[in-house]
Design a protein around this ligand. Sequence first.
Ligand code: GDP
Length: 429
Amino acid sequence: MPAQGSCTVIVGCQWGDEGKGKIVDVLAEGVDIVARYQGGANAGHTVHVGDSQFVLHQIPSGILHAGKRCLLGNGVVLDIRQFFEEYDALVARGIDIEGRVGVSLRAQLLMPYHRMLDKAAEDSASTKIGTTGRGIGPAYEDKAGRRGVRVADLANPQRLEKLIEAAKEKVCDRLDQLGAGATSELDAAMDEALALGDRLLVLATDTGPEISAALRDGKRVLLEGAQGTALDLDHGTYPFVTSSNTTAGGAATGTGIGPTLIDAVVGVVKAYTTRVGEGPLPSAFEPEMDEHVRALGGEFGATTGRPRRCGWFDSVLSRHAAQVNGLTGLAVTKLDVLDTLSELQIVTAYRMPDGSVTHSFPADTWSLAGVEPVFETLPGWESPTGHVRHLKDLPANARVYLDRLEELTGADVQWISVGTKRSQIIPVD
Ligand code: GDP
């Protein structure tokens, strides 16, 4: 019998930081469960509620809505210490969180040694990936190498000890090779993390059966992606990617539900493009414009504070995202950031180094560094949009711009965000 509820995936369609946190926060109002399906504490969603700002790294932003259940799926790598720091900070700020957070028994634990390895490996790498140094890559390597520690292991102290001893031995060898010997700090950090194991087990659940049962009961579910399509391990700009599947397919494997339970996939795009970390950005602005838009959009990483590189909207990438995620709709964020520009450009194609023009996103990341973007120029609207709540009230040129994004991407715009506040959203019927 088909599920009665509804299940929507929210996925970033650029290089992350698209404002997914805001869109999830807005949509969470109408759902019962919000679940994260991949990534770790490298993701940082910033959500503004009233005058308060919340930066959430691991707990889904649905937590800011009373009564919603928030899950971390098996696809997530969980840093226990940081998770409880975030959990306790929410409690301290008066969020009633009791009984609302669940963590998959199958989720991998991100250990202090993963952080040490991440930093040491990035420091010594000849090709820098631009990692956040939070241990995400090494934790996923251990998962794929079948030597990871999962939440379920916390319930079996003997097995846990064996797993950790084996992992530490390997880590110490690797750190020695990288010239960054392990220290007594590692033992202290491990003790601190593992001391929280029992507390975590209280929150443990099997997310696949829980979500599937909720859908059968008619509940509504949001599956929240972290990072973006261009950072997907398989479909992004490899190797400048994260270590998990950020795209919509990852929502099924990363929570344990069947893909046929997913009803809709909403892609979040910024009205322009940003990228943090290393790797090519074909639609990059010239330096002066880069600085200007970075300041207008506050484009600095929520987790690391790193300045983000900025560029024009890239429809070659958004078309790729529409295809790989099977988008059923788009949420365009930060339209207001472009309010003062007199002219806007959109990348419609790439001219390859051999002179040919492509409308498809190349699989060979290295070729991206040599592409020349083909631009289309549109007039700006040069008036504020932050107060607009209905599509008909947007300036005509803003609508022309959005229509063109929609047309070039091949997915309907369903939501337009025009500011950081919850209320600054335009639903499109
Ligand atoms: P996420 O990881 O995709 O959730 O994105 P981030 O949280 O890193 O970045 C989004 C930032 O943009 C946050 O500070 C949001 O408050 C802000 N933001 C989201 N939507 C809008 C919008 O429509 N306009 C403006 N000006 N800021 C927005």
